[in-house]
Design a protein around this ligand. Structure first.
Ligand code: IPM
Ligand code: MN
Length: 355
């Protein structure tokens, strides 16, 4: 029996999570995956009512679960980024979820804004370092609101932190068994301390002689993703670069309506979420696209050891998008609940087809 914590959060979070759980229930009935759910209230509403963002007790509670499904965090009534840092950052850092796994996969050709890119040409995974870099919070502002104001933000990389995420990338390339190539994405030409990444990559790469090692600077990587996405298999990169490049990747797959991520510490409780935000203007309108959250459920099942269930979701999404039963991944293209129902039906159809 697996135990899942649900943090629906703010804005459209609740609506997309509801659909994600609907699909999970259907899949579990097919594969025999057994789980329990526990819902937690953290987010803007809870904060405005109680003054509490994400207390230590909440982080401790997360450790009693196998996985966390998160909807979205962020609300215009609360200071910018405060809840995101406390809850998303709190979980990522507090649970040391050092891998941010972000597949970039094109399910149907018409979804890609680039001409002539086929699903076979866009199927890669970004492994974003998730606990270091510019996100550690080391820095600050002095002489605020004066002409001499100074802002400092330190990017921090440790050798061990860099090595462990690079190793995850190599292991993933081995497991995927596709091009068997890992591309390190950095900016070691301009940011010389990133030489630590260069050396860590070379050292860890030695442990995987069967995997090809490749490298691109972040600016060039953005260009290559548009020009020759089929070259990439697994990309390993720093926290901030990974944040940026995966929004670009999301658009290539059809938009933020589909992109999902796993915040993972292998063997420990890990968190799965759509990469989009809380989109407050769509809250309660039954307009948000839940496919990204369903995709997060796919990653969660894979992580919790139900590859059959994950595969069913993958096929269901491919089929629904391929046949345009889900016509678009844009908000408002199809009601949120209807989109979930379509995926439920597709999961059942895929299960029947698989016998
Ligand atoms: C993401 C988001 C977060 C990040 C924000 C909400 C803090 O953009 O998960 O990509 O920058 O990591
Ligand atoms: Mn982001």
């Amino acid at each position: 029996m697996r135990s899942i914590a649900v943090l629906a959060g703010d804005g459209i979070g609740e609506e997309v999570v509801r659909e994600g759980l609907k699909v999970l229930e259907t899949v579990a009935a097919v594969t025999g995956f057994k789980y329990t759910l526990e819902h937690y209230p953290y987010g803007a509403e809870h904060y405005l009512k109680t003054g509490e963002t994400f207390p230590d007790s909440a982080l401790r509670a997360m450790k009693d679960h196998d996985a966390i499904l998160l909807g979205a965090i962020g609300d215009p009534r609360v200071e910018t980024g405060m809840l995101e840092r406390a809850i998303i950052g709190g979980v990522r850092f507090g649970l040391d979820l050092y891998v941010n796994l972000r597949p970039i996969k094109l399910y149907a050709e018409h979804l890609c804004p680039l001409k002539g890119v086929t699903p076979a040409q866009l199927d890669l995974v970004v492994v974003r370092e998730n606990t270091e870099g510019a996100y550690v919070g080391l820095g600050g502002i002095m002489k605020k609101q004066t002409d001499n104001e100074v802002a400092i933000c330190n990017m921090v990389w440790t050798r061990s932190g860099t090595e462990r995420v690079i190793r995850y990338g190599f292991e993933l390339a081995k497991k995927r068994g596709k091009a068997k190539r890992v591309t390190l994405v950095d900016k070691a030409n301009a940011i010389r301390p990133m030489d630590l990444w260069t050396r860590a990559f070379a050292a860890v790469g030695e442990e995987f002689p069967e995997i090809e090692r490749d490298h691109a600077y972040i600016d060039a990587a953005c260009m290559w993703l548009i020009k020759n996405s089929d070259w990439f298999d697994v990309i390993v990169t720093d926290n901030l670069f990974g944040d940026i490049i995966t929004d670009l990747g999301a658009m290539l797959q059809g938009g933020l309506g589909i992109a999902a991520s796993g915040n993972i510490h292998p063997g420990k409780v890990s968190m799965f979420e759509p990469i989009h935000g809380s989109a407050p203007k769509y809250k309660g309108k039954n307009a948000a696209c839940p496919v990204a959250t369903v995709n997060a459920v796919q990653l969660m099942l894979e992580y919790m050891g139900d590859p059959e269930g994950a595969g069913l979701i993958d096929k269901a999404i491919a089929s629904a998008l391929g046949k345009k039963k889900i016509p678009s991944l844009r908000a408002g293209a199809i009601p949120t609940d209807e989109c979930g129902d379509i995926l439920v039906e597709e999961v059942k159809a895929q299960a029947t087809a698989a016998g």
